[in-house]
Design a binder for this molecule. Structure first.
Ligand code: GLU
Length: 372
C-alpha cells in the first residue's frame, strides 16, 4: 500500500453533496466541523489542503422547500445560488474555530482551459495557500452546468489537482470506496484496495451508481482519478463517514480505494505541458538567469531576459533558451510578448512604473516552469 497521504504535501479533498447535506436534510454542521478539525491537524503536519465541496444545490433545494430535485437546469442553478450562501457560511464558521481563514472560489471547466484564466486561478489559489487560507471551491453553477449534469464536482476536484500540481485527490463519499460490483445490489461485492488510475476495468466496475442529491456515482470518481493521474497525482476514494478519516489516512491506515498514478508527478507535468499547450514564443536568457533556473531552482525574472521572440499572451507556454541557443526550460508566462519586451532587462521593482500594473514579480514563476 503506498503511503501517499503521509508523503503528500498538497492535497485536494472533495466532499460530495450527500455527505455535506446529510443526504439532503440540510447542511451537516457537525460533519463540516469535523473536517475543519482534521484540516487544522493536517496543516499542523505541514500539509497544504484545498477543499472542493458540492452541496449547494441540495442545500438550496432545502431552503426553497423543494423535496424533489427539479429537472430544469435553470431551477437547479437557482437552487445552487441559494445554497452556496449557506455552504460558504458553515465552512467559514467551522474553520474559524481553528483560527483558519477560508476563501470562496467558484470555478468552471472553461476557466481552467483558457490560458490566462488558468494562470489567474493558479496564482490566486497559490497566494491563498501562501497566506494560510483554505480555499473552499465549488463550480460556478450560475454560468455552467457540467457538474450539475454529471460529476457532483468529482471532475472539478481533478481539475483543481491538475491546476495546483497537487499530490493527492481525496474523494470523500457515502460509500466505502470502489467495489468490483454494486454493493447495494450484490452482497458478494468486494472493495478494491489498490488499482491503477486509468485502468479501463475500473470504468466497467464503476458503471453508473448515483444518489438522489448528488450526480457523481463511482464512474465520475474513476474518471476523475484518471484525470488527476494525468498530472501524476494519486486518488483515494473513501467514506467521509469514517471517523477521523483524514488523520487515520495520514497515519498510514489502509482505508478505501487507492488509485495510483502510473506516471510520476514531474514527468506527468512535463507531458501535460507538452500535450496541452503549444509554444508561442521564446525568451533568450543571460548566463545569470540560466544558472538561477538550472542550479538554484529559482523563478525567471525579467532582468535575466535579453530578448523576447514571437507573439504570446499571458498564460501561454514559452521556451527559454541560453544565448547559445540551447533550450533549458518551458513555462507559462505571466506577461504577454509586448509587455515582456518592455520589462526585459529591467528589475521587477520597475514593472509598475513601466506597465502601470504588476501581475507578478516573476516573468515565469518557478511553479509554472519545467526544466528541459
Ligand atoms: N456544484 C453542484 C453543487 O454544489 C454539484 C452537485 C449537484 O449536481 O448536485 O451542488
Amino acid at each position: 500500500m503506498p503511503d501517499t497521504l503521509q508523503s503528500a504535501h498538497r492535497i485536494v479533498v472533495k466532499v460530495g453533496s450527500s455527505l455535506v447535506t446529510n443526504e439532503g436534510k440540510g447542511l451537516d454542521q457537525s460533519a463540516i466541523a469535523n473536517w475543519a478539525e482534521q484540516f487544522a491537524q493536517l496543516r499542523a503536519m505541514g500539509k497544504e489542503v484545498l477543499m472542493v465541496s458540492s452541496g449547494a444545490i441540495a442545500e438550496g433545494m432545502k431552503r426553497l422547500g423543494w423535496s424533489k430535485r427539479p429537472t430544469h437546469m435553470h431551477e437547479l442553478q437557482a437552487a445552487a445560488a441559494v445554497g452556496q450562501m449557506g455552504l460558504a457560511q458553515v465552512y467559514e464558521t467551522s474553520f474559524r474555530k481553528y483560527a483558519i481563514q477560508t476563501a470562496q472560489v467558484l470555478l468552471t471547466h472553461a476557466d481552467l482551459t483558457d490560458r490566462a484564466r488558468y494562470l489567474n486561478a493558479r496564482s490566486t489559489l497559490r497566494t491563498l495557500l501562501e497566506l494560510g487560507v483554505v480555499p473552499i471551491i465549488n463550480e460556478n453553477d450560475t454560468v455552467v452546468t457540467d457538474e450539475i449534469k454529471f460529476g457532483d464536482n468529482d471532475t472539478l476536484g481533478a481539475l483543481v489537482v491538475n491546476l495546483m500540481d497537487a499530490d493527492l485527490l481525496i474523494i470523500l463519499t457515502d460509500q466505502q470506496g470502489l467495489f468490483n460490483a454494486d454493493p447495494r445490489k450484490d452482497p458478494t461485492a468486494k472493495l478494491i484496495n489498490l488499482a491503477n488510475a486509468g485502468d479501463p476495468a475500473l470504468e466497467n466496475m464503476a458503471g453508473g451508481a448515483g444518489t438522489l442529491y448528488g450526480r457523481g456515482g463511482m464512474i465520475s470518481k474513476v474518471l476523475a482519478a484518471k484525470r488527476a493521474a494525468s498530472s501524476g497525482a494519486c486518488t483515494l476514494i473513501a467514506s467521509g463517514r469514517e471517523p477521523q478519516i483524514l488523520l487515520r489516512l495520514a497515519q498510514g491506515e489502509s482505508i478505501g480505494t487507492w488509485l495510483q498514478a502510473p506516471t510520476p508527478k514531474l514527468s506527468a507535468r512535463k507531458q501535460w505541458m507538452a500535450d496541452h499547450l503549444q509554444m508561442r514564443g521564446k525568451l533568450i536568457l543571460d548566463a545569470g538567469a540560466v544558472r538561477a533556473l538550472q542550479e538554484d531552482g529559482k523563478s525567471l525574472l525579467p532582468i535575466g531576459v535579453i530578448k523576447v521572440e514571437g507573439d504570446f499572451s499571458r498564460g501561454e507556454v514559452v521556451s527559454c533558451s541560453s544565448c547559445e541557443g540551447v533550450e533549458i526550460a518551458r513555462g507559462l508566462t505571466n506577461y504577454s510578448a509586448s509587455e515582456a519586451r518592455l520589462i526585459a532587462r529591467k528589475s521587477s521593482s520597475q514593472i509598475k512604473e513601466i506597465l502601470g500594473f504588476v501581475e507578478e514579480a516573476e516573468l515565469i514563476h518557478r511553479d509554472n516552469l519545467v526544466l528541459i
